[in-house]
Design a protein around this ligand. Structure first.
Ligand SMILES: *Cc1c(COP(=O)(O)O)cnc(C)c1O
Length: 369
């Protein structure tokens, strides 16, 4: 028996449909593109807004055995849902958190000498080697060991004695810009840092890095965005399967005469007799105010322009040419004809920000297929 697909709750105004089968297919596609080692799932920020509690187990069922989140709380929430999988925290262990890492079998990413010292002390106290991932900075200058800290570890490898080094990792600055010479420079710096450190498996590419070629292959890739269908190769055709559909219900349709205006501050005036649909999504749902008078939705595949200001709970669309748009129908804001990257571009941002910005008020529906 196929599991029933949950429907939108009757009161829901905005819905994010997530195709779990497409997430699994994307993980398999990335795995085929990364023959040097397995592919992890980066499920931070609630799996980029898709709902990590549903998405992470779907990835595990597809074969994924390594997961990354940003913060300890995210790991604690996912730990019971991912039995047996490696679950690593990118943000590094903060003082006072060691007991939770140990109790829940979490792997910290060590980003600084102080974190190495903290984790080594924990290993001494526990009387055993503790798993850890070492992050070296090769150009991002956010987290990760600076070159002089790597040199210091080279001179004093005993500082790592208590650690079971699962991986040495680094993070690419411009992986989505295939021609950027920074990519090769980071690959060289990463190789040099790994040569200076005790031998350990390597963890390198994010989504776009997987598409940069074999020099960016490693023992573990670390993609997030591409799993959710965001194009890892901007400017070129999207190799990923679409995963998300964002839709909003039309609450009202009204007629406007020429010169009549719509919404706060009257930023849109009808140039002709017009029909305006008001949909139940606004910036409090994560449909950003920057979309005001920009972008569009789709109705049955046809483009309906967004007109006027996006307000907190409502957004208005010109449906003059679409008489079948009536109260109760759904408009697609992300979906066929308008993928997440294209929608984001209308607001001057990237798909990552649009997805992670969707509020909890948007109902997530996870479809098995
Ligand atoms: C978010 C993140 C990733 C995943 O990046 P994508 O571009 O979404 O594939 C990988 N590594 C680190 C350190 C990250 O912060």
């Amino acid at each position: 028996m196929t599991p029933a697909v949950p429907a939108a709750r009757p009161g829901m105004g905005a819905v994010l449909d997530v195709a779990l089968g497409a997430v699994a297919a994307n993980w398999k596609l990335l795995s085929a593109r990364h023959p040097s080692g397995p592919v992890a799932g980066v499920v931070k920020a609630d799996a980029y807004g898709l709902g990590a509690a549903a998405v992470a187990p779907a990835l595990q069922a597809a074969g994924c055995r390594h997961f990354f989140v940003a913060a300890l709380d995210e790991a604690l929430a996912l730990r019971p849902l991912l039995p047996g999988a490696m679950l690593a925290v990118l943000g590094g262990p903060l003082p006072g958190t060691v007991p939770e890492y140990l109790a829940h079998d979490l792997v910290p990413v060590l980003n600084a000498p102080a974190e190495i010292a903290l984790w080594s002390a924990a290993a001494r106290a526990a009387g055993r080697r503790l798993p850890a991932i070492l992050h070296v900075d090769t150009g991002m200058a956010r987290l990760g060991l600076e070159p002089r800290a790597v040199a210091a570890l080279h001179d004093d490898p005993a500082a790592l004695a208590g650690l079971d080094l699962r991986y040495v990792m680094t993070h690419l600055v411009s992986a989505e810009a295939a021609g950027d010479p920074l990519n090769e420079a980071q690959a060289r710096r990463f190789a040099a840092a790994c040569a200076a450190l005790p031998p350990a498996p390597r963890c390198f590419a994010n989504s776009s890095g997987i598409f940069l070629g074999p020099a960016f292959g490693s023992d573990l890739a670390r993609p997030g965005a591409a799993l959710w269908g965001i194009n890892p190769t901007p400017g070129r055709p999207n190799p990923m399967h679409p995963v998300v559909r964002l839709r909003a219900r039309v609450l009202a349709v009204r007629d406007l005469g020429p010169g009549e205006t719509v919404g706060y501050n009257a930023t849109f005036a009808a140039a002709r007799p017009s029909r305006i649909a008001t949909a139940a999504i606004g910036y409090a749902d994560g449909w950003r105010r920057a979309f005001s008078n920009r972008g569009a939705a789709r109705f049955d595949g046809a483009r309906v322009p967004l007109v006027g200001r996006v307000s907190m709970d409502l957004t208005t669309f010109d449906v003059t040419d679409h008489p079948r748009v009536v109260p109760g129908v759904w408009l697609d804001l992300i979906g066929p004809g308008q993928d997440v990257d294209a929608a984001a571009a209308d607001a001057g941002t990237i798909g990552y920000e649009v997805l992670t910005g969707l509020a909890s008020r948007v109902q997530r529906i996870h479809h098995p297929a």
